[in-house]
Every structure is written in structure tokens, then in C-alpha cells.
Design a protein around this ligand. Sequence first.
Ligand code: SF4
Length: 89
Amino acid sequence: MRRCMTSLNMFRLAHIPMLYRTFKAVTRYETGMANVPVHFPNGDVCCRWCPMFLRFEEPFERYSCRLTGDWIADIGARQEWCPLKFEEV
Ligand code: SF4
């Protein structure tokens, strides 16, 4: 009996890719990368000047970072977890 169940499970697993194709599900992803410059005026490096990633969430009346998805409490500072990298001068 146990052997039958295992065979049945193997049969099902083997057909998962076909099922994905049948129902137009995502079966793989291509991944792209980009370097996006963000310019902070006069060396004032804070979220306020980050138009690319700072977003005001109307329903919550709070700011969030599009890059990380985290809430931003103070847009006058750069968050501790900010993923932007700066070139050493
Ligand atoms: S945390 Fe960094 S990337 Fe996100 S909004 Fe602030 S400065 Fe921009």
C-alpha cells in the first residue's frame, strides 16, 4: 500500500510543470539589475531628497521606501538600513 502511495506522489510531482504551463502560471524568472544614481543636493543625504525611492502612502499618511518597503519615520535623515551605496571620495 505504501509503495502505491509513493508512486502516486511521484506521478503527481512529475506533472507539476505541465500543470503550471496549462494554467499559465509563472515557471521561471529572468532577473535584471540596474545601477540608479540618486543625487542629494549640497551633501544633504536624507530621504527627503530621494525622489526615486521615497513614497508618500496616502492611505496611511506616512512615507515609505520603495527600495526596501519599510516605513520611514523621519525623512530628514537617511535610514539606518538604507541600501544606497556611495563612492568614497
Ligand atoms: S532609505 Fe535610502 S533608498 Fe530609501 S528613501 Fe531613504 S535614502 Fe532613499
